[in-house]
Design a binder for this molecule. Structure first.
Ligand code: NAD
Length: 262
């Protein structure tokens, strides 16, 4: 990617202290954007922001629990105070909790919907307001999943939440169009991050199979080549969408080694 492609843009990435969010924040910074590393893990956010600044980029670490309306609103106002604007939101923060549906604790269901659903809504609402009043418009990208299109056993809350992001993005595309606000859902297959590394032994225990069988016969079974999606694959797609002029708005994009081909 051209190092100046996103020069002058300000991007906020939630859940950017680890995994996919960190990789996307680093990719956006490499393309010239000033990047806000928003996470409830402030030590991790500071580590990522320091690394970006150390490499010559612009970054700010922000403590933000995406389920807290007060923290989200204060954090996004702080971004606008610090950098003068917000051009891109990547609503990425997420966790995974797996249970069979008949044993799924309601508290875990509510936690999943709060992080994935409320978090996407609250950050959208706060960023949208600034994008609209600035007259510059902006991009709102949701980190969906192949589970925005497919279902898997044990993942009722995750699949419900990730499907919901498709609907939210479509509404944002329609309401945002007059204000040059565009929306997208990025849908990765399995990427080896802490979130997935934690699932491998959990699923092995629940399904009564080995960890290598979970990888081969559960996680990667439906891909065309048995390969994990990489952090770079996802970062490249996010940077590409960050430059779209609006022709692709409202859509979702799989990056999954053929697991889902819609
Ligand atoms: P990860 O565990 O490596 O990182 C998640 C980050 O989100 C962490 O830094 C964590 O502190 C942060 N976070 C969690 N709850 C938060 C909250 N309430 N407020 C703010 N930050 C919070 O996970 P990852 O694999 O990088 O996942 C990132 C996103 O990508 C998630 O939305 C996940 O569903 C999605 N995703 C992951 C995969 C995969 O295979 N790893 C595939 C498809 C989609």
């Amino acid at each position: 990617m051209n190092q100046a492609a996103l020069s002058g843009k300000v991007a906020l990435v939630t859940g950017a202290a680890s995994g996919i969010g960190e990789a996307c924040a680093r990719a956006l910074a490499s393309a010239g954007a000033a990047v806000v590393i928003a996470d409830m893990n402030m030590a991790g956010a500071t580590r990522v922001a320091d690394a970006i600044v150390g490499a010559g980029g612009k970054a700010l670490a922000l403590c933000m629990d995406v389920t807290s309306e007060a923290q989200v609103n204060a954090g996004i106002d702080e971004v606008v105070r610090h950098f003068g604007q917000i051009d891109l939101l990547l609503a990425n923060a997420g966790v995974q909790i797996v249970h069979p549906i008949e044993d799924f604790p309601f508290e875990d269901w509510k936690k999943m919907l709060a992080i994935h659903g409320d978090g996407a809504f609250l950050t959208t609402k706060a960023a949208y307001k600034h994008m609209k009043t600035s007259g510059r418009g902006g991009k709102i990208i949701y980190m969906g999943s192949v589970h925005s299109h497919e279902a898997s056993v044990l993942k009722s809350a995750y699949v419900f939440a990730k499907h919901g992001l498709l609907g939210l993005a479509r509404v944002v595309a329609k309401e945002g169009a007059p204000h040059k606000i565009h929306s997208y859902v990025v849908c990765p297959g399995f990427v080896l991050t802490p979130l997935v590394e934690k699932q491998i032994p959990e699923q092995a225990a629940r399904l009564g199979i080995s960890e290598s069988d979970v990888v081969k016969n559960v996680m990667l079974k439906a891909t065309v080549d048995g390969e994990f999606t990489t952090l770079a694959d996802v970062g490249n797609l996010v940077c590409f969408l960050a430059q779209d002029a609006g022709a692709l708005t409202g859509q979702s994009f799989n990056v999954s080694h053929g697991w889902n081909m819609n």
